[in-house]
Every structure is written in structure tokens, then in C-alpha cells.
Design a protein around this ligand. Sequence first.
Ligand SMILES: *Cc1c(COP(=O)(O)O)cnc(C)c1O
Length: 328
Amino acid sequence: MGVSKAVLGEPTIIEAMIQGGVQFIADSRIENIQKMKKAGISTRFVLLRTPLSQAESIVINVDISLNTEIETLKKLSHYAKAYNKSHEVIIMVELGDLREGVLPCDLSQFVEKTLSLPHIKIVGIGGNLACYGGVKPDNKNMHELSKLTDTLEKKFQIRLEIISGGNSANYKWFKSAGDIGRINNLRLGESILLGRETVNRKAIPGLHTRAFQIIAEVIESKKKPSLPYGKICQDAFGNIPDFQGRGIHQRAIVALGRQDIQMSGLKPDNKLEILGSSSDHIILDSNDHKLKVGDEVKFDLDYSGLLSAMTSPFIRKQFTDRKNRAAA
Ligand SMILES: *Cc1c(COP(=O)(O)O)cnc(C)c1O
């Protein structure tokens, strides 16, 4: 499954994922799925997060949803009946990371209750690690998921089509595990988009790690002291700032701020140094760069940078492909 949430289901990017061979597109937000469908994208859509209040819209818009609560499944069944449909679900199992998941000891009973809902079809089970608790996917927890699959299939005489082992953090396990057991699916966002696995953030061979860049405009470039002068109070975000003196130096300000981007997710792609930021400005030590007003400054993005930049309505998204770049 290609996971589209970090790029808000941007159709150009999602088309590329589908051309790349993913069989499903998964997103956490129904709005993104609606956007992709409106853009004419045709695939099996999976919803990664399933709020009770959106049950009707989920039944209408989504092929498969990930679930952990009977209340929600009942409501999905109710609307599936109303729309004369069968709604497919993957039951998420807790494997230790303590985000979503039915505890393994409660799984049988949970599946039994789900099977009694006439308009719900269980198509698989899944696990999610390395999100909240930072727990690594390994042979032990993946084997547990495989074993639970066998147990459920046997006990209820059902066939589970999708055994979804996890997210981009599963790449390393998948490449190194000799035996992947029953796991036949991963839900991959960051590793496809940014070309890195997410346990050690190592580059994946053959993938681009700089497919996304953000470009900001220089709006001021001056030599200034490095230490503020006057009485110090709280800054715009309620912190008392602390500065290192580095004498008079060349500073540049770019028109990009915390309203657009998570600052920790931004990496200058050259010798610029980020000194600080406010809602609408980033202050750079521009060293030997002779930046002029109107110049462009490029930054690389990590996952939080990509997520926030894609979400900002102030950032214009522009796509280039190899063909266009060669022509340019
Ligand atoms: C976001 C998400 C993913 C994808 O995570 P990546 O680290 O981007 O691969 C997979 N599964 C679930 C349940 C998610 O919420």
C-alpha cells in the first residue's frame, strides 16, 4: 500500500505511486481520499484511521478501513446496510507500540463479534509499530502477527487476504528476515516519498532522498550584530531566547515561517545556518553567501517538514518530472 497522507493525497504524486506498482492507496483522512477520487484516481482506497462520526462517509468513499472498536464497526455495518454494500475491514492488533490495536488476548472475541455484523467483511489483520512507542518491527512481533493469523483462520474457518505488517519502519526487517511468515503487505509512506527506511533513516538503494525541496525567497540581507540589544523579554512564542555571540555577521531573512513549516524538519542544502524563526520569517546566518533580496534559498525536507509544507496553503506546490527537467 502506498500511503498518501504526507502529501495530502496530491493526485500527481499518487499517480506516480500507482505507476510504481502499489496495489492500494492508504490515507488517514477521508478528505484526502475524496480529493483523489475526484481527480479520477482509481485504485482500492484504504482508510488508516476510522472515526465513529465519519462512518457514513467512510462506507461511501472507502473500500477498506482499519479498525479497533466494535462501536465503530457496528456503525459502519449500519451504514453499509443502508447503502446496500459490504464494507471491508482490517482489524489492527496491538503488538507493543501502544498506538492503535486490539490486545492479542481480546482478538478472538473481537473477531467473533465482528463476524456477526452482516455488512462487514474482515479482509485482514495488521500491526503498527515505531509510531508512538518507538518499538522496532522484528522477527518476534512479526511472528506473533503471523501466528495470530493462523489461529483466527483456523478457529473461524475464514481466509485472511491481507496481513499488514506495518509501515516504513518495517523495511529493514523485511529485507533482513529470512522468513517473513504470513506477512504479505506493508503500508509505506515515508520510504516511498523520501527514500529512507525509518528505523535508522538510512537511504534505500535505488530511491531518491531529495524528491522534495522547498524554495523560499530572501526578503532581507544585511550585516547585523549577532546579539540582540535592549532589555530581553519573552519572544513571540513565550520563550526567553538565549543567543551565542558571533560578532557582526551576514544575516538573511527568508519569507517562510512556523505557520508554514515545522522548523526541525528543514535542512538548508548548503552552508547556510538557521538561527531562528517566527511565524513568518526564518533568520539565517548566510556566511559567505552573497544573498540578495529576491534570491531563492533551497531546503531539503524530512517527514515533518514535508507534512507541514504540504499542509500549508501558503506554499505553492510545483511538480517536475524527468522529461520536463531535461527540457528545462
Ligand atoms: C501513517 C501510517 C502509515 C505510513 O507510515 P510511514 O512511516 O509514512 O510509512 C502506515 N500505517 C498507519 C496506520 C499509518 O497511520
